[in-house]
Design a protein around this ligand. Structure first.
Ligand code: COA
Length: 152
């Protein structure tokens, strides 16, 4: 398994967009799959935010994704954010999400940030186990979310 910037695998944009749309489309009112593709294409960077990553198995097939972005939580001035962490269900519990999180953390640090944020409604324990600190809980677009941060 290896983690690569999405810009190295432009053939995977459609798959990353499809996963994200299925998992989080409801959090972005008015979003369509086509708009998500355009947003993902905007994350094909390595030296500036936003950056999307893909986890690849030994055969080069995509098994997960995660992103470093700005402005994940509407109206919240904190930045940048770890976002869109997703692992193919058949490949979970093997440390792939953890490796994706570490890649995003390393990139944020390399780009000069000293703190990183995330919000989650599904996996606070995963991030706590990786050294993230719980901040406030709140309701956001119909979900109860936990905001967390990590010093880099
Ligand atoms: C949440 C999610 C990203 C986790 O992905 P994952 O690759 O299974 O995560 P990891 O393997 O890195 O870690 C998950 C757990 O497996 C454990 N684990 C890691 N490596 C392991 C291994 N080799 N063997 C067994 N367990 C392992 C971790 O300790 C962790 O334990 P925990 O559940 O007690 O926290 C995945 O379930 C997912 O895509 N869910 C849907 C989307 C989602 O909710 N994303 C998060 C949004 S913020």
């Amino acid at each position: 398994m290896k983690i690569s910037p999405l810009v190295e695998r432009p053939d995977l944009v459609a798959q990353v967009a499809a996963w994200g749309f299925a998992e989080w489309g409801h959090l972005n009112p008015g979003e369509t799959l086509e708009r998500r593709v355009v947003r993902i294409e905007g994350k094909m960077n390595v030296d500036r935010v936003p950056v999307a990553f893909v986890a690849l198995d030994d055969g080069g097939d995509i098994v997960g994704t995660a992103s470093l972005i700005f402005d994940d939580l509407e109206g919240d001035p904190r930045n940048p954010w770890l976002a869109s962490v997703f692992v193919l269900p058949t490949h979970r519990k093997k440390g792939i999400a953890s490796a994706l999180v570490r890649a995003v953390e390393e990139t944020a640090r390399r780009l000069g940030y000293s703190r990183l944020y995330l919000f989650t409604s599904t996996a606070p324990d995963l991030y706590a186990g990786l050294g993230w600190r719980p901040l406030e809980r709140r309701d956001y677009r119909g979900e109860h979310i936990q905001v967390m941060d990590r010093t880099l």
